[in-house]
Write a protein that binds this ligand. Structure first.
Ligand code: AVI
Length: 319
């Protein structure tokens, strides 16, 4: 039987139209940068899933272990029959750990990678026939609104994976403020946040021995070629990731191996040897630091759960 997913396509033209311009702005800036959202074409989403399986990449397995252990507790605090909205839903894997306990009235998956979103929400609808499943392709860095026709008593946003860490703290605060304005009083946010820790653990997590994170980073250049018709040689760049302790963030870069030029949308973009394209920040927080940031954005912390080694934290906040 074909599983039923209600797909809300209204955000798509905006997503497609603005990407080219955004890319060029970053590539012609000094220093050069690209938003990490450009990682997530189909191949990038698959590579990210593979990163999550790497032994060095602790966030996914740690967050999943917390969700598994705390599901009943989380359900008690969050309550049943919510409208559960997963932001950046990707493979919709983590939400499965909560569905039985939370028993939401409906689920909305929101992701920038359309094909991936459709496949994963269809799988979810097939595996949970009692659940009303919706999907919306949207860019979380743009203002959002909830699609019509969602059932449930109260919206609860679920933003796992410490994806919030890929925003700067200023962006994170304004993103959370925008989200709080979309929620009624009593609406909730269940969010995964990666914690500050020993730099050796962090450096290893973004430099896995199998080279999957490197392939994920370099796939950005492949995508520029495939989708944006850029002239660029991905082999002419190398992956670099390191923990910047001062700013409590992992930085990922693509470093040019020699002097070269990339061509994109009629622009010639010069790289000198050793010059880098900054592709991602992944901010790490203390629990108090994150609660303060969320508080400034209109959220009140209600509960949090962490692992024994305090690597990762899941917080429940209310509007
Ligand atoms: C999606 N995001 C939270 C990941 C992170 O850890 O910042 C993306 C990632 N980049 C490299 N490895 C994983």
């Amino acid at each position: 039987m074909e599983s039923a997913v209600r797909f809300h396509d209204h955000h798509l033209p905006e997503v497609a139209g603005s990407l080219h311009e955004e890319l060029l702005t970053g590539l012609t800036a000094t220093p050069k940068y690209a938003s990490p959202k450009f990682f997530y074409d189909r191949r990038g989403s698959e590579l990210f899933d593979a990163i999550c399986e790497q032994p060095e990449y602790y966030p996914t397995r740690t967050e999943e272990a917390i969700l598994r252990a705390a599901a009943a507790d989380i359900a008690e605090v969050v309550g049943r029959d919510a409208t559960l909205i997963e932001l950046g839903s990707g493979a919709s894997r983590k939400v499965r750990l909560l569905l039985e306990a939370l028993h939401p009235a409906c689920y909305l998956g929101v992701d920038i990678s359309r094909e991936f979103l459709l496949e994963s929400t269809h799988r979810l609808a097939a595996d949970y026939p009692w659940l009303e499943v919706h999907a919306a392709c949207a860019d979380l860095t743009h203002p959002m609104r909830w699609p019509d026709g969602l059932s449930g008593e109260r919206p609860v946003a679920f933003f796992p994976g410490s994806s919030i860490g890929n925003f700067t703290p200023e962006e994170a605060e304004s993103f959370l403020r925008g989200l709080s304005q979309l929620l009624p009083t009593g609406g909730g946010l269940l969010i995964g946040v990666d914690l500050i820790k020993d730099r050796a653990i962090l450096d290893a997590a973004y430099n896995d021995a199998a080279g999957v994170t490197a392939a994920f980073n370099l796939n950005l250049l492949e995508r520029l070629r495939r989708e944006f018709e850029a002239e660029v040689e991905p082999q002419a760049f190398r992956h670099r990731a390191f923990y910047n302790e001062l700013d409590s963030r992992i930085e990922m870069h693509l470093v040019s191996l020699y002097d070269q030029a990339m061509h994109l949308a009629g622009e010639r973009i010069e790289f000198t040897a050793g010059e880098s394209l900054h592709t991602e920040n992944s901010y790490k927080y203390s629990i108090t630091g994150f609660c303060e940031l969320a508080g400034r954005a209109g959220f009140e912390p209600r509960a949090h759960w962490t692992d024994r080694d305090a690597l990762f934290c899941i917080l429940y906040l209310e509007r």
